[in-house]
Design a protein around this ligand. Sequence first.
Ligand code: ADP
Ligand code: MG
Length: 267
Amino acid sequence: MDFARLFNGTETASRGPDHLITLSQVAKVYASEAGEFVALRDVDLEIDTGEFVTVVGKSGSGKSTLLNMLSGIDHPTSGEVWVNGTAVHTLNENQMATWRGKSLGIVFQFFQLLPTLTVVENIMLPMDFAGYLPRRKRRERALELLALVALCDQADKLPSELSGGQQQRVAIARALANDPCILLADEPTGNLDSRTADYTFRLFERLVEDGKTILMVTHDRDLARRGTRTIRLADGAIVDGAVRASREDGNVVGLPQMEREVSYVGA
Ligand code: ADP
Ligand code: MG
C-alpha cells in the first residue's frame, strides 16, 4: 500500500507516475516593481527512487526555487509537480503542510534547529506534528536516529552546545523523523568546513544506500560530482542533467524504519 496516498487526507488527483518525482513544464515568475522576473522556465525533470541528485548553478540561477517547488514551500506559476503520486501543485496550504511533514525531509544551510529545545526534542518535533507514532515511542525513535548520525551522547544538550557539523547532523536526523522517502538539502554543507562537509556528504550517501532519494544543492564541485546525477541550472532553466544517464540500484539495508501504530479506518 502506498504510504503517501494513505496519509493524504484529501483525495487529490493522482496517477501512477513512472517516476518518484516528475516536473512538467514548470515555470515560476515573480512580480517585482521592475516587472516580471522568471526564476524557473520550461522545467521538465524526472527523478527515480534511489537517485542522489546534486543541483548546481550560479547564485540566482533558481536552485532554491526548484527545491521549493518540490517541497511546496513555493507554488509554480504554471506546470505540474508530481511527487510520489501526489499532485503537489494542486494542494492548498493546509494539505501542503500535512503532506510535506510526512513525505519530505528538508535540510537547510543554517540548520534551523530550535534553540530552546534539546537535540532530542528537536528531532521529536516533526513526529509531534505528524502524530503517527505514539508519544511514548517518539524519544526512542529520535535516539535511534541520533545513533544513525553518531550523536547519541548529545541527546539532552541544547543545539548551541554543539559544533556546526554536529548541528547539521541533528538537522538530518530531524529530517528523517517521519521516515520520508525524499530528502531535500539546500546547500547543507555551505556553512561547514571541508572535513565536516565530507562527513555530512558520506552520511547522505549512506541514506541513499538505505533507499532514500536525495536532491542536494551545492556550490562544491567535488561534492556535486559524487552524486549519481548532477542537474545544472542557468537563468532558471535546466541546461544539463534533466534526464538520467544510467541506472544504479542501491542496497536497501540498515536505516531504522518507523513503526507505524496507526489504525486505518476503512483502509
Ligand atoms: P539560487 O538558489 O540558485 O541562488 P533562487 O532560486 O533563490 O536562486 O532565486 C532565483 C532568482 O529568483 C533570483 O534572482 C532571486 O532574486 C529571485 N527570487 C527568488 N525568490 C524571490 C521572491 N520571493 N521574489 C522575487 N524574486 C525572487
Ligand atoms: Mg539558493
